[in-house]
Design a protein around this ligand. Structure first.
Ligand code: 5CA
Ligand code: ZN
Length: 408
């Protein structure tokens, strides 16, 4: 389906640095070393409600990855999905008397406009699950040929016993896995499964639910296999970064990595698993199911989207934090200071600032560190007439924060 429109990214003098990122699977920092285009898959929204600040924070983190890679001279091949058919979406559609397709279409459109307002670079492929059900079914067929699946009352399950790398991504204990699996859409208790952690690949048609034809009977895809299929089809295996919020470490990325491994025989499925922290409100993780949400579209009615972006950038992407309205006020004040500073006819020399911002971001996306460097520049005085324009380009290209300033 249609992606969204790309903001302009100014070119900066010189070249950026190799990017080091915290890889959940390695449990430490690793340098990304893309060969050819840098390949990134980021898990997209389940479109049954509007984009909240938690989502925005996650997509912003991977937007920085994209920008740092591009600054380092890489072409970036970025793919994202939309889970446009799944239990929560169908439930919400039913509860509100809306057609599920109309609900998904409306929320995806709102998501696009939020991403554009926040100046998030669009993926090259933005893929709805309903567009690729045939390919997902093919991948399930491949897993079946490898003996990794079994049937249960018409549903198709992946057998965890067939996955030699199970546990490699999260490193969690079996008890933790069982708890998280139950909490995050899994069915550890279902009777008849070979192992409680086996997961569903294909749900046989239920009355009143949408379904698609498949060699193993009409139904719809399970959650994890959708991302595995879309990533494999667009990026191939061994791509550079698989991303999402930390709530996707288990089961989603663990199980997806195993599907990719068993289907292709290649490991790793993704070279790095990168996870953004959780944004909370009123003491709990912002989530559509809890309803404690601050919507980007609502904030945009009164706030400058660049202030929203700066408020999110003020926290390191991996930290868990709680949103408060004061953070937006602080970001608005910072935005005003930066704008005033780049509108001056001259300022302190900025080549050290460019190098500093590149360094900060290359070190696991230290955006708060980068912001502090620009704060210090904005507070200084100098007679370099090129500097305000350069700082405006640095903020724009590397942080995605557009500041008006002198042309040229
Ligand atoms: N469609 C699936 C991924 S395939 C999904 O998790 N959708 S979602 O709408 O629930 O979340 C979209 C993205 O936002 C995911 O990467 C998720 O990890 C992230 N996310 C969800 N809630 C938060 C939050 N409170 N803070 C930060 N990121 C969040
Ligand atoms: Zn996903």
């Amino acid at each position: 389906m249609r992606s969204w429109s790309a903001p302009n990214v100014p070119r900066l003098p010189g070249s950026g640095l190799p990017l080091r990122l915290y890889d959940t699977a390695a449990r430490g920092l690793r340098e990304t070393a893309p060969a050819g285009p840098a390949r990134m898959y980021v898990c997209g929204i389940t479109p049954y409600d509007a984009t909240h600040l938690g989502h925005a924070n996650t997509y912003l983190a991977f937007d920085l990855v994209n920008r740092v890679w591009r600054d380092g001279g890489h072409e970036v091949h970025y793919t994202q999905n939309a889970t446009d058919v799944d239990d929560p979406l169908l439930e919400r559609a039913k509860a509100t008397g809306t057609d599920w397709r109309a609900l998904a279409g409306r929320e995806i459109e709102l998501f696009r406009s939020d991403m554009e307002a926040l100046r998030i670079l669009p993926p090259r492929e933005y893929v709805g699950v309903t567009e690729v059900v045939g390919q997902i079914a093919e991948l399930i067929g491949r897993l079946t040929e490898r003996g990794a699946t079994y049937r249960l009352d018409g549903d198709v399950y992946f057998s965890v016993a067939a996955a030699p790398k199970f546990g490699a991504v999260s490193g969690y204990s079996e008890d933790t896995m069982l708890d998280l699996f139950a909490e995050r859409g899994g069915d550890p208790q279902r009777e008849g499964k070979r192992h409680p952690l086996d997961w569903v690949l294909w749900r046989a048609e239920r009355p009143g639910e949408p379904s698609w034809p498949a060699p193993f009977g009409p139904g719809r895809p399970g959650w994890h296999i959708e991302c595995t299929a879309i990533a494999l089809r667009n990026l191939g295996s061994g791509f550079d970064v698989a991303g999402g919020g930390s709530d996707l470490i288990f089961p989603h990325h663990e199980m997806g990595a195993c599907e990719g491994h068993v289907a292709t025989g290649e490991w790793p499925f993704a070279k790095a698993y990168v996870h953004a922290g959780m944004v909370a409100l009123d003491g709990a993780k912002m989530s559509k199911s809890k309803g404690n949400l601050v919507f980007v579209s609502r904030l945009r009615e009164t706030a400058d989207p660049m202030a929203v972006r700066l408020a999110l950038l003020a926290r390191h992407y991996r930290s868990d934090w709680e949103w408060t309205p004061e953070q937006l006020q602080e970001a608005e004040a910072r935005l005003a200071r930066w704008r005033a500073a780049v509108e001056r006819p001259s300022g302190p020399g900025a080549s050290a600032l460019l190098a500093g911002v590149r360094e900060r971001l290359a070190e696991d996306l230290d955006a708060p560190g980068a912001l502090a460097l620009i704060d210090a520049w904005a507070a200084g005085e100098g007679d370099d007439t090129e500097a305000p324009g350069l700082v405006r380009d640095v903020a724009d290209a590397l942080l995605g924060v557009a500041l008006p300033g002198r042309a040229g």
